[in-house]
Design a protein around this ligand. Structure first.
Ligand code: MCN
Ligand code: CUN
Length: 792
């Protein structure tokens, strides 16, 4: 026995008795959440804190003729009233968006969407601030609004962005990908061609916690501390430094517990900037929290793509090409959150999981009088739209060919030996075994049995539908050579420190909003070092205490920061090996690692645990440093998770109500860190998918009034609308990720909507219907059954 081997390595097991680190470990953060002990932004209360409320435009498009703030200023509890004109004097009336556009912090010239920020009030309490908003008198000269994206480029359409130099129309950008000529050739010669128009309506992430912040500018220190609902605290800090001119080291962004983000908390909203200004002006901490209506009408929307899809195939069902034309509604300001080189996000993966000869997409993006934002709601940067397009098109083709949709997919999959596979639009899929996943889903669902049951039910006039989708996602942005947000390369830092007693702290640049990072990142380090996950503290969401990195969205935490955590742990292990060789008086080459300890090759009794090594690393003597390391991980490629979803619905022939009866989700996200968390992510995303497919839409009337400003109108699925989920998985590791893991956080919102829609359309087959647009509410399904196309 080595002299230092004072305590033997414990065997740590998860709840099912599997060895750590990976496995179904209960979430470390949940004891505080289930006890109501989470600390959210709205829980932050500082001495002397004031409250900010925002006056929003009641109309979608209007010139501001005058603003009278005198009555509000006279309110006894009001400390400040600020308008766009006030901000303009400081050069702060406009801010950059994440897509190199500009957005008004407060309106100076004209209002461009309903709910836009017009002025703000700072008062002693939230009620007074809101009351004082009523005292501000604004004279609007209302202009005609562009509420339907299809009218945005009409010659007589009012020009929304006349703030931009020489802007004479509502055109935002054009984008294309793939080979137009090669695709046209395949289409010209194809035996079968199917064209389908479809709309992916505007939806909203609607997290339980709305957006908000507490800004505290300490005048003497010149330091700004911002508690903020941010999915990307480091990126936000840099942007504040660039916009507000406050030195970056004098800004501390803290994202405490976050009550759901789903992409809603990626952009910087005017409310945050107003709060910072308010704190600077008043010299006091200032809190701003949106209410639900403000959140739904003014913050980051998702989707809003009007798509025409075309698919070319042989008569026996070999898919040859896909072509698509997209009209993208970007709202009044282009606030899309995506790497800057990708104005349409990663929509380029619309070729799906299929081996095609050619593909082409042409997109036109336009401005409308609607809220800005774009790319949110668990979207994997527009892969939601891409997967919906291709998975609906494949079903339309199956309908025309009278083929089983599952077999049509199987026939066209990229085969395992083709990986790494470069798609016709240039994406390099890292790994995949699609057929295995398809088989597993069909087996779990008893697909053959379902088809038999359906045939029987149809004989009795019952409308049962079976829908499948098979998706491939691209998640884990960078690499930084191709991907940046406003010049910030998409890589992630990570720091790991092992304390003398063998406990550890790992510091991340990503930020959990409910995904369980405090658990899974501890598990990653545990797996590499053999320290139990409960002994590893995960620190995130505080720019003063964590390394720089680009934050959590696009399911990038596992692909990028997860890799960083594994590699930083390996770096620590390499240091531990050097120390162990001294302790065991042998050469480094003679040491073998077994999770949690080193032993001399051939003699397991000569061993030291990582805890022994930690104590030694901090002990007396001439060791150069403690047991810690830091790295920055720049991914080599994205990771490409995939999955097969099967949905079974029953449509009531009398009421057209759709009931989701069964839902099978088989996901492949490579190596699984915590299968329980993965299932939770998938189940949550599937519920969101049911919501989008059947219930949700941010709708507008022709004047641009938002018709979905409350949960009475924007429907969130409850336990009543969703089935008992059946989860399965396959494991195809990513070859370039240090632990083979791929992201999964957005897989189900991406994959589930087409499965649900395909199921509903399949149920309506007796009516000869090939497509109807989401959300498939009873009235839309009823219209479809009467042969009326859906209004969208
Ligand atoms: N995981 C795992 N094994 C894998 C992959 C992931 O155990 N092979 C675990 C991860 O360790 C992490 C979780 O699953 O705990 C999600 O990981 P990942 O796929 O890397 O996604 P992110 O952590 O980057 O989360 C972002 C993603 C996005 S972009 C949206 S939008 C979304 C989502 O996560 N928002 C969410 N899931 C959400 N879940 C909750 N509860 N709340 C949100 O706001
Ligand atoms: Cu697109 S929603 Mo998630 O990337 O934060």
């Amino acid at each position: 026995e080595a002299p230092h081997a004072t305590h033997r390595r414990r065997e740590f097991t998860d709840n099912d008795g599997h060895p750590v680190g990976y496995g179904r470990m209960l979430r470390k953060e949940d004891p505080r959440f289930v006890r109501g002990q989470g600390k959210y932004v709205d829980d932050v209360v500082l001495p002397g804190m004031l409250h900010l409320a925002i006056l929003r435009s009641p109309v979608a498009h209007a010139r501001i003729l005058s603003i009278d703030t005198s009555a509000a200023e006279a309110h006894p509890k009001v400390k400040a009233v600020v308008t766009g004109a006030d901000l303009a004097k400081q050069g702060l009336a406009w801010m950059p968006t994440l897509s190199n556009d500009v957005q008004a912090v407060l309106v100076t010239d004209k209002v461009r969407f309903q709910g836009q920020e017009v002025a703000f009030v700072v008062a002693e309490d939230r009620y007074s601030a809101r009351d004082a908003l009523e005292l501000i008198d604004v004279e609007y000269d209302v202009l005609p609004a562009v509420a339907d994206v299809r009218n945005a480029l009409a010659p007589d359409a009012p020009v929304i962005r006349d703030d931009l130099d020489g802007k004479k129309d509502n055109h935002c950008f054009d984008w294309e990908t793939g080979d137009e000529a090669a695709t046209a050739k395949v289409f010209d010669e194809a035996q079968v061609k199917v064209t389908q128009d479809m709309v992916y309506p505007r939806v909203h992430p609607a997290p339980m916690e709305t957006c908000g912040c507490v800004a505290d500018f300490e005048r003497v220190a010149g330091k700004l501390t911002l508690w903020c609902t941010s999915q990307a605290p480091h990126a936000h800090r840099t942007l504040y430094a660039l916009v507000a001119g406050i030195p970056e080291h004098k800004i501390r962004v803290i994202s405490p517990d976050i009550g759901g983000g789903f992409g809603n908390k990626v952009p910087i909203y005017p409310g945050y900037v107003c709060s910072v200004v308010a704190s600077i002006v008043t010299g006091k901490p200032v809190k701003w929290m949106e209410d639900r209506a403000e959140n739904l009408i003014s913050t980051g929307f998702a989707r809003d793509y009007v798509m025409r899809g075309e698919i070319a195939a042989t008569k026996d069902g070999r898919i040859q090409a896909i072509r698509t034309n997209v009209l993208a509604d970007h709202g009044a300001f282009n606030g899309t959150a995506a790497p800057v080189k990708y104005p349409a996000g990663f929509f380029g993966v619309f070729t799906g999981s299929y081996d095609l000869d050619a593909a082409y997409c042409k997109m036109t993006a336009v401005y409308t009088n609607k809220a800005p934002g774009g790319v949110a709601y668990a979207c994997s940067f527009r892969i939601t739209e891409a997967v919906y397009l291709v998975e609906r098109l494949v079903d339309c083709l199956a309908y025309e060919l009278k083929m089983d949709p599952a077999e049509l997919r199987r026939k066209n999959f990229i085969r395992p030996e083709q990986f790494p596979y470069t798609t016709q639009t240039g994406w390099v899929y890292d790994s995949g075994e699609y057929e295995r996943t398809l088989d597993k889903a069909m087996e779990l669902a008893d697909y053959a049995g379902l088809r038999r049951e359906q045939a029987q039910r149809r004989e009795h006039g019952e409308l049962m539908g079976i829908g499948m989708s098979f998706f491939t996602e691209a998640v884990g942005a960078g690499p930084r050579k191709d991907m940046d947000i406003l010049g910030l390369g998409m890589a992630d830092g990570c720091e790991l420190r092992v304390h003398p007693t063998g406990k550890a702290v790992v510091r991340l640049s990503v930020q959990s909003q409910g995904q369980g990072h405090e658990t899974t990142f501890a598990q990653i380090v545990a797996e590499e070092l053999g320290i139990p996950p409960e002994d590893i503290d995960v620190v995130h969401g505080d720019t003063d205490n964590t390394p720089f990195g680009l934050g959590t969205y696009g399911s990038r935490s596992t692909p990028v920061s997860g890799a960083a955590a594994a590699l930083v742990a390996r770096k620590v292990r390499d240091k531990a090996r050097i120390i162990a060789s001294g302790m065991l008086e042998c050469s480094i080459a003679d040491l073998e690692w077994e999770k949690g300890s080193f032993h001399v090759t051939g003699d397991p009794t000569q061993s030291v645990t990582i805890q022994d090594i930690a104590m030694r690393a901090h002990g007396a003597g001439d060791l150069p440093e403690g047991l810690e390391a830091q790295i920055c991980y720049n991914p080599e490629n994205l990771t490409y998770p995939f999955g097969c979803y099967i949905c079974v619905v029953d449509v009531d022939p009398g009421t057209a109500v759709v009931k989701v009866r069964k839902f099978v989700a088989v996901d492949d996200c490579g190596t699984q860190i915590n299968p329980m968390i993965i299932e939770g992510q998938v189940q949550g995303g599937c519920a969101e998918g049911v919501g989008m497919a059947l219930m949700q839409m941010i709708a507008f009337d022709e004047d641009g009034n938002c018709l979905s400003a409350s949960f009475m109108d924007y429907l969130i699925p409850t336990a009543l609308e969703v089935p008992h989920w059946i989860n399965g998985s396959t494991v195809t590791p990513s070859p370039h990720h240090p632990i083979g893991a791929k992201g999964v956080g957005e897989s189900a919102t991406v994959g589930s909507p087409p499965a649900v829609v395909n199921a509903v359309i399949d149920a309506l087959a007796p009516f000869g219907i090939r497509h109807a647009d989401m959300p498939l509410t009873p009235s839309r399904v009823w219209d479809a059954m009467q042969g009326h196309p859906t209004p969208s």
